[in-house]
Design a protein around this ligand. Structure first.
Ligand SMILES: [Zn+2]
Ligand SMILES: [Zn+2]
Length: 207
C-alpha cells in the first residue's frame, strides 16, 4: 500500500476528535460518520482522506454511509479490516473512560449486574452487564460504563454487544473486549439490521 500521507498528519489524524475538527465547514454528508470511519477533510478541498490507507474520496460522491464507501473503495485498508492501527475513538480520555464521568462503581461486571436487581428487562441482564451496560433504574434504559452510551427500547432477541457496536463504535471497552474487527463488521452491516435495533437515548446528560 502506498503511503501518501505525511507522517505528522498521519499521527495526528489517528485521533477521531482531530479528524472531526477538520470538517468545520463541510457541506456534505454527516462529518461524524466520516470521522468515525477514519476520514478527515483535506484542507482547501472537497476531499476526504483515510488516516490509515490514505485513500481519498470526493465529498460530493459520498452517497452511502462512510463505512460502506470506505470498504467498497479501499477494501484492503487495515483500519477497515480491523487491525490495530492506533485509532483513538472519540469520547475517551486517556484511561478509556468517558469525559462526562460515569459512576466509577460500574466498572466491574458484578456491580453492573447488581444494577439490574430490581429491573424487569427483556434482555438477559448478564448479557447486558457483560457488554458493559448497567441499568439506570428507569425502565429498559441502560448506559455503558466506558463510553457513556445509552440505549433503550430493547427487544428480547437483541444482542447487547452487537447493539453496543452498532450505536457506539468508538467505545474503548468494546474494542478491548470484542476487538476492532467485530465492531467494523457490525458497522458494515448495520443498515441490514435497522429494523432490529435498540434506540439511542438522546439526552444521556439528563439522566
Ligand atoms: Zn482506509
Ligand atoms: Zn461503551
Amino acid at each position: 500500500m502506498v503511503d501518501r500521507i505525511p507522517c505528522i498528519v498521519k499521527q495526528l489524524m489517528k485521533s477521531e476528535k482531530a479528524r472531526l475538527q477538520t470538517f468545520s465547514s463541510w457541506p456534505f454528508t454527516d462529518p461524524q460518520d466520516l470521522a468515525q470511519a477514519g476520514f478527515f477533510c483535506v484542507r482547501w478541498s472537497d476531499l476526504v482522506q483515510c488516516f490509515c490507507c490514505g485513500g481519498e474520496l470526493s465529498g460530493s460522491d459520498l452517497k452511502d454511509d462512510a463505512w460502506k464507501e470506505h470498504s467498497r473503495s479501499f477494501p484492503h485498508c487495515f483500519f477497515i479490516l480491523g487491525h490495530n492501527v492506533g485509532n483513538v475513538p472519540l469520547q475517551m480520555d486517556d484511561e478509556g473512560y468517558p469525559e462526562k464521568g460515569c459512576p466509577p462503581c460500574m466498572k466491574t461486571l458484578k456491580e453492573r449486574l447488581s444494577s439490574f436487581d430490581d429491573v424487569q428487562h427483556p434482555v438477559d441482564p448478564k448479557k447486558l452487564a457483560e457488554a458493559g451496560f448497567y441499568s439506570t433504574g428507569k425502565g429498559e434504559e441502560v448506559l455503558c460504563f466506558s463510553c457513556g452510551g445509552g440505549l433503550e427500547n430493547w427487544k428480547r432477541q437483541l444482542d447487547p454487544f452487537q447493539q453496543h457496536a452498532k450505536h457506539y463504535p468508538g467505545c474503548k471497552f468494546l474494542a478491548t473486549t470484542k476487538g476492532q474487527a467485530f465492531i467494523n463488521n457490525i458497522q458494515l452491516h448495520r443498515h441490514k439490521r435497522q429494523k432490529n435495533s435498540a434506540a439511542i437515548i438522546r439526552n444521556v446528560a439528563s439522566l
